[in-house]
Design a protein around this ligand. Sequence first.
Ligand SMILES: [Zn+2]
Length: 222
Amino acid sequence: MKNTLKTLWENTYKIIYPDFCPYCFKMLESYDYACESCKKKIPENGITQGVAGGYRSCSALHYSGIFKRALFRFKFRKKKYHARQFAYLLHRQVEHSYPDMIFDYITYVPMHKKALRKRGFNQCEVLAKELSKLMGIPYRSTLVKIRNTKPQHELESIERYTNLIGAFKVADKNAVKDKSILLLDDVITTGSTLGECAKTLQKAKPAHICCVTLLSVANLFY
Ligand SMILES: [Zn+2]
């Protein structure tokens, strides 16, 4: 009886809230991170293993086509329910790129309070929360953005490196000291955002910092 009710509830829930592929919006018969067709376009081992500001960095997808549009919808059209599907890819990437690491927790690139008020949520925090469930480790806010900087994508490449200098501070140094930290951002372009966040965290003397992003603009060493 209990199982019948559970199945009934799951079927009803699925009718009200069906699962969609985040990349092509095809309805999925059962929960999955993508439809079979889009799965074929997703690189199994990720596309980047580089260095952001001197720190190891990896990404799951290219910042192009269907993946770029999926991130746009997630960020700007509030399609937050795709976070679990993106987190699957982040998890797979972390396992592939950092088999040698045991992380204490996940942290993420913060938004300035004004930008957060405008968007209503920090997409990196939402991803960190879902990734934390899959990895079985906590996620926590460690950085505060103290300067409301111009969006990185609006700047010339040279400005991107200076725009964020001194823009972050560590909220609680004791929470960072001697910890192995996985630092998450949604997309890496020049690596300057992750680099600046990692350098700021470094002041509080963590044991390790490794970076992960969902998308990467190029398959480069930063
Ligand atoms: Zn699809």
